[in-house]
Design a protein around this ligand. Structure first.
Ligand SMILES: [Zn+2]
Length: 317
């Protein structure tokens, strides 16, 4: 057998390497902290070691590996494989990731933006199976997006398609990490929900949100808002409804443009389930045009904890 592939998932906090067989079954994985402040040279040497370790522990030889897929925070160039200053990877400025991996391992290597790779994995193995036009949206520290059309990632002119989180909904709204104001991400990411909650709890002594965060305002997170909403906390419910309103508004814009079969929402939407998804569906159906609104399903992503591993593998199977 010489038909194994290696997947590499590069995040701001952790690195993961996996090896999978030709039926996409993951046979071994290794995880290590990224230690992002040590820069790209530290990370690439660590990744080399991790790939060798992943292969050796599975009792495989390097010659059995036919390709490497890499899922990494963007911006990046999928053709040249150069990574350009991802916000979560300081110092990775014009870093030739594909070239470095290919010269070490001598196998074809595909580099992809993590949200795009996740979209492809959901299309191949998860909630997007059987659909032609799939939009995947992360909903965690940021709001990223990936579009898969007929089995192919839609990249746009220079690998910048799918930035659904940076559509501006409120031009005078809160500051976004991208430098603009009032983006969907600045309203609905985990930190954005936490920020709105921190502002709101200061004028709302009846809410249990602060108590769930052990009374520490700085410790309030989106998880506490979800937990409080489940316990019928009216402020938390209001924050969830507000989040669903902006998410639904943003998704409706994309639904009108793309006419997707399905929109799959990650992390926070998975944790929240119908508590968040039902009001999102309601807003989409009232804001989007009738025909695309009728066609689209809005569902939680399905791959859960294995999404990052499968995202890198999906690129090379
Ligand atoms: Zn933005």
């Amino acid at each position: 057998m010489d038909n194994y592939v290696v997947g590499i998932d590069i995040g701001g906090t952790k690195l993961a390497t996996v090896v999978a067989d030709d039926s996409c079954k993951i046979v071994n994985k290794v995880r290590k902290p990224t230690l992002a402040d040590k820069g790209p040279e530290y990370a690439i040497q660590l990744l080399f070691d991790m790939v060798y370790q992943t292969i050796e522990e599975a009792s495989l030889k390097l010659e059995t590996i036919r390709a490497i897929g890499v899922s990494c925070g963007g911006p990046l160039d999928t053709k040249t494989g150069v990574v350009y200053s991802p916000p979560n990877l300081p110092g990775w400025d014009a870093f030739p990731l594909k070239e470095r991996l290919e010269s070490e391992f001598k196998v074809p290597t595909m580099i992809e933006n993590d949200a795009n790779a996740c979209a492809l994995a959901e299309y191949r193995f998860g909630g997007g199976r059987g659909y032609n036009v799939v939009l995947y949206m992360t909903m965690s520290t940021g709001i990223g997006g990936g579009i898969v059309v007929n089995g192919q990632i839609f990249h746009g002119a220079n690998d910048s398609a799918g930035e659904v989180g940076h559509q501006i909904l409120l031009p005078d709204g809160p500051q976004c990490g991208c430098g603009k104001r009032g983006c969907l991400e600045a309203l609905c990411s985990g930190p954005a929900i936490a920020r709105r909650a921190k502002e709101a709890v200061q004028n709302e002594s009846n809410s249990i949100i602060l108590a769930l965060a052990d009374g520490k305002l700085d410790a309030v997170k989106s998880e506490h808002v979800l937990e409080a909403a489940r316990q019928d906390d009216s402020l938390a419910q209001k924050l969830i409804d507000e989040t669903a309103y902006y998410m639904g508004w943003g998704i409706a814009n994309v639904v009108n443009m793309l006419n997707p079969d399905i929109v799959l929402l990650g992390t926070i939407a998975i944790a929240a389930g119908d508590l968040l998804l039902n009001p999102i569906r309601h807003t989409v159906s009232s804001f989007a045009m009738a025909r695309p609104a009728e066609a689209v399903k809005i569902m939680p992503a399905q791959l859960g904890d294995s999404l990052g591993d499968l995202a890198a593998i999906a690129l090379v199977v």
